[in-house]
Ligand binder design. Structure first.
Ligand code: ARG
Length: 405
């Protein structure tokens, strides 16, 4: 009996070529797995039929949008997860889920190999391979695009010879899910001009975005959105609705020069309208309910989280500790934030929380204030004494300290 390989199959050219290649070159039976993570083209039925036609012995399709939002994106929100302070980790967060599903179905179907469609130059190969191996060390993982070393023209030739339908993929390399859309390649490789308009799909370029501001209110419980405009909704549905609303207001277009795990700098364009809106609201609410030390500590953890997710270390045990910390600190992140979405901006329009640490009687410059100002001079005397003393001593030792202009 032939050995079986489980292929993470998107229906695109790369992975379609792979079905044939695995049969012809490696003499493997191919089981395909196609996951709906909220990408736009998610006609799973049609994709499965295509796999069957190309000779797959079994096709599996699964809608994992709820799992993705609740078990992966939710952590992205609680951690304010932004790689290099910009990228909401949309592609990065989906990879451990896809790896988990691949391992589960490989085991169930007695596959010895898992196959993914990443190249040898990106982050995704790292994410898939570290995750799959961390979950089941005995599985062999292969990446034919990397191993075949075929360029796109050769692939098209290979596909034509075997009657593989060549989908019109547009000129960019695109990855989509509920949390965002990643675009790279083609003319974006030249960085002396901005991102061309034809790379946009979810976000309206600012000039074309709505002239009327859109105000939304997001209610958080335990750090997670539970209501949109006062209506209780599933996280997945809140994200989907905000992707549309914020996108129409020009919010969520991110142009960045990014440092990949494999050391390459690359020009990336992301469209993440919901992610940018939700994380902005979450951060604003945090500034109301966390104290200074909590915020500082959280920032360190947030950055570690983003770096680990980006680098494919979702299944590192350190991640479990970060998750526990986040669960604990997000326990007080409850309340409602109102946000105005306008011409690419997310503008706070008020916040309310039962866990608020803001005391108007302490901060007001008006009457009825409760802050005892008579204590301030004593505080300043103690607080500033080292700075003042050091300056005095140095002046005696070295003369007037000249500050270079
Ligand atoms: N640079 C991003 C990341 O590593 C996106 C890569 C997604 N792939 C693509 N074909 N656009 O998470």
């Amino acid at each position: 009996m032939k050995e079986k390989a489980l292929l993470l199959y998107s229906g695109g050219l790369d992975t379609s070529v792979m079905i044939k290649w695995l049969q012809e070159q490696l003499n493997l039976d191919v089981v395909t797995l196609t996951l709906d993570v909220g990408q736009e083209k998610n006609d799973l039925q049609r994709i499965a039929e295509k796999a069957k036609k190309l000779g797959a012995v079994k096709t599996i399709t699964e809608d994992v949008t709820k799992k993705f939002s609740d078990d992966f994106v939710a952590h992205g929100i609680m951690n304010d997860g932004l790689y290099q302070d910009k990228y909401p980790l949309s592609t990065s967060l989906a990879r451990p889920l896809m790896s988990m599903e691949a391992v589960k179905f490989a085991e169930q179907n007695k596959c010895t190999t898992v196959v993914h469609g990443s190249t040898g130059k990106g982050n995704d190969q790292v994410r898939f391979e570290v995750s799959i191996k961390a979950l089941n060390e005995n599985l062999t993982v292969i990446a034919p695009v990397r191993e075949m070393n075929m360029n796109r023209d050769e692939e098209i030739e290979y596909a034509k010879l075997r009657n593989i339908e060549i989908p019109y993929g547009g000129k960019y390399s695109v990855d989509e899910n509920l949390w965002g859309r990643s675009v790279e390649g083609s003319s974006m490789e030249f960085i002396d001009e901005g991102v061309p308009e034809d790379a946009y799909r979810w976000v309206l370029p600012v000039e074309k975005s709505g002239d009327k501001p859109e105000v939304v209110s997001i209610t958080f419980n335990g750090g997670l959105p539970v209501e949109l405009n006062g209506k209780p909704m599933l996280l997945r549905d809140i994200i989907a609705e905000l992707n549309y609303k914020a996108g129409q207001s020009g919010v969520g277009a991110i142009d960045m020069i990014e440092d990949r795990v494999v050391g390459i700098k690359s020009h990336e364009f992301y469209e993440c309208p919901a992610a940018i809106t939700i994380i902005s609201g979450h951060k604003y609410l945090e500034s109301l309910v966390l104290n200074k030390k909590e915020s500082q500590l959280k920032k360190v953890m947030d950055q570690q989280f983003a770096d680990m997710v980006y680098s494919g270390l979702w299944f590192d045990p350190a991640m479990d500790h970060i998750k526990r910390f986040q669960q604990s600190i997000n326990g007080v992140v409850n309340g409602t934030v109102k946000l105005k979405l306008y011409k690419g901006n997310v503008i706070p329009m008020g916040v309310d929380s039962t866990n608020s640490l803001y005391d108007i009687f302490m901060s007001t410059y008006g009457k009825n204030q409760t802050f005892d100002q008579s204590k301030a001079p004593g505080f300043i005397y103690v607080f500033g004494s080292q700075t003042i003393t050091t300056r005095k001593v140095r002046k005696k030792q070295f003369g007037e300290i000249i500050i270079e202009e």
